[in-house]
Design a protein around this ligand. Sequence first.
Ligand SMILES: Nc1nc2c(c(=O)[nH]1)N[C@H]1C(S)=C(S)[C@@H](COP(=O)(O)OP(=O)(O)OC[C@H]3O[C@@H](n4cnc5c(=O)[nH]c(N)nc54)[C@H](O)[C@@H]3O)O[C@H]1N2
Ligand SMILES: Nc1nc2c(c(=O)[nH]1)N[C@H]1C(S)=C(S)[C@@H](COP(=O)(O)OP(=O)(O)OC[C@H]3O[C@@H](n4cnc5c(=O)[nH]c(N)nc54)[C@H](O)[C@@H]3O)O[C@H]1N2
Ligand code: SF4
Ligand SMILES: [Mo]
Length: 712
Amino acid sequence: MKPRTKQLIHGVCPHDCPDRCAYLVEVDAEGRAVRLTGDPDHPVTKGFLCPKVASPRPNRGYIARTYHPERLLYPQRRVGPKGEGRFQRISWAEALDEIAQRLKAIVRRYGSEAVYPYAYGGTLGLIQGESMDRRFFGRLGASQAAHTLCSSAGTVGYAYSIGANVGILPEDFAHARLILLWGTNTLTSNVHLWPFVQRARRAGAEVIAIDPVRTRTAAAVDRWLPIRPGTDGALALAMMQSIVTEALYDEDYVRRYTLGFDQLVERLSAWTPERVATITDIPAKTIVALARQYATTRPAAIRLNYGLQRHGGGGMAVRNIALLPALTGAWRQQGGGALLSSSDLFPFNEQALRRPALRQTKGRKFNMTRLGDTLSQQPDARRRALVFGDPNPAIKALFVYNSNPATIAPDQNSVIDGLRREDLFTVVLEHFQTDTADYADILLPATTQLEHWDLLGSYGHGFVSLNQPAIAPLGESKSNSEIFRLLAARMAFVEPYFRDNDLALIQQALNSDNLHLQGISLDRLLENGYARLNLPEPFLPFAEGHFYTPSGKCEFYSAKMARDGFDPLPTYNPPREVPTAITKTGPLACITASPHYLLNSTFANVPHLLAQQGEPTVTIHPADAAPRGIRDGNYVWLHNARGKVRAKAVVAPEVKLGVVSMPGPWWRKLSFDEQGTNILIAQNETDLGGGPTYYDLAVWLTPVEEASDGHP
Ligand SMILES: Nc1nc2c(c(=O)[nH]1)N[C@H]1C(S)=C(S)[C@@H](COP(=O)(O)OP(=O)(O)OC[C@H]3O[C@@H](n4cnc5c(=O)[nH]c(N)nc54)[C@H](O)[C@@H]3O)O[C@H]1N2
Ligand SMILES: Nc1nc2c(c(=O)[nH]1)N[C@H]1C(S)=C(S)[C@@H](COP(=O)(O)OP(=O)(O)OC[C@H]3O[C@@H](n4cnc5c(=O)[nH]c(N)nc54)[C@H](O)[C@@H]3O)O[C@H]1N2
Ligand code: SF4
Ligand SMILES: [Mo]
């Protein structure tokens, strides 16, 4: 190897996180990454990274994860029974030949739709997440996946009101004088918004967290407003009712830039604060005061996020909240408006990247939320999982990459039943032997962000970022794009697109006529690592209307919703399982949100982060704990009809009465009894968007020593 001196390489965090931090990787003379720190010049990263990724030293964060002694370094073939996790090293040639041979046989016998790719948020990179892989499965004619796992309820709900995933930028929160952090745990899952929130506070802003859990964010802001889970849609309706009744709306904005105000007013008459108080557990007086404060404080910003939409009525809840800034004209001022996601600001050339034209037929699509049903042998179960197409044939080949469904998908037991099927050929591309990898027939080693090229947008700010490889791939690992390139060759796919290298793919993605991307070239990104989209400064997306809806207005009344078979006006869709009453020993609502030191199930095997996260806990209110005989530090069962999991009780008034909180997905094999949280969660869809209902569940809690196997 050529001798090298110390180098600093520009990179970007690939994780499923709105912050999309720009970082600098220090590589030593031996070609090893030794430090990874936030880019001090990036206006949102501001030189710091979260504790999961920050690597001030080699044994921390993303560097510790990359050089983890358990990194997968060569292809392997399963030798023991599925799930046992015993594998034998094979060569890349053997692995690719075997995959191609099995795929060809399956396609010949059952048709190409018997093949199903399951990929999600391991990396949000366009190259490693939606380029060569999409071309490969499109050309093959495989079943498609509806990417519902996280945000689809909110995305669809927001779109009916606003038209697209566009909102105010994080920098502008500094100008707000009232900030509602609504269903979001900023300090855990969007920490780079925090400096702007703090700037606003120093200038006199009040910050209110609306959350059933007193998260570290709710504890750090001015006011915590506990709400019954899954009822935010009703709260927004009552706020609108109050604002209209007290004539606090912006008449001029409403007249010019909204649609359906009269119908809205009629609809709102039923949603009085008194009625909504019984639904949300927030006193009517508090609702009225909040509505007044929201309508009369300028600028007022809402950071709504995905926590509140993981409920039966989550889509409508987001739709309703998204209407508030139009009612009060908050969009007019810098620092006023709302942010759910900024992802639609990025007009990457997806057609060029994915080549959808390679697909010969419409085929079929399954909802990723229902992986258990998708992998079922029963056509009726598969039918439940279908978005469109035919339930036959059954899935015979499963490709998993950028995801760990055995841990993160709802109804874990049914997922495991599917993965265990002897007649299912499973290929997993991974960094580690995850819970899912244990069920692979062929396990392939993938590169990390330190080892491959990528291009990324963001769903929490307005910067495009380029990731340059900082180090050579470890062992025999290969990037996802390279693996699909090699597989395409093995399958004799001769189209020239299958030979595009990663830099060509990046150029194709950037090749867009859209103004937002003008002047943002690969060369420019190579220089600096990131570039701000061409957006006006300040960016006031809807100060003068120009919504992305069919009417170009903010739609209180949505004709499109009516056509899609939904109520065209804002309404309240209740949660599916959250109990409506608080009882002494009955079921409790359970929230399984983002853990602070893990990112979904990623980092679960990094010892120092797992140690900081601690063992699986469940936080329960003292008044709920006492009648159930649960004391602080006890082990308890959380159980329902789907199964039971164990956790250590934290008895504290850090949750609303009637609610328990358990940090989200943990590796099964690192959980008590190897039973993960998602055993408790049903394969239910949200009202809009077909999303999962991760936080909409009822559980019974019993001290471990007294538990019986069934639920009461
Ligand atoms: N540290 C860390 N960061 C992460 C992640 C992680 O796992 N760990 N995950 C990443 C991913 S993939 C995503 S999508 C984002 C998610 O980040 P967010 O969008 O912020 O969502 P969550 O953390 O799921 O939930 C946010 C808050 O919503 C609350 N909540 C739950 N139900 C309700 C409700 O009905 N109403 C209201 N008002 N609040 C409710 C929860 O208690 C939680 O505090 O974070 C990303 N960042
Ligand atoms: N109970 C409960 N369940 C949840 C959630 C919750 O809050 N509570 N959160 C939900 C949410 S918001 C989301 S987004 C989903 C996330 O679910 P997933 O998208 O499955 O995310 P992770 O669990 O982080 O797993 C990602 C996997 O991708 C791998 N990976 C990363 N980069 C690469 C790469 O370049 N190549 C390959 N081949 N692999 C790579 C990582 O090693 C990791 O094992 O989970 C959902 N599940
Ligand atoms: S996970 Fe989020 S906060 Fe942490 S470094 Fe990555 S983008 Fe930044
Ligand atoms: Mo997510």
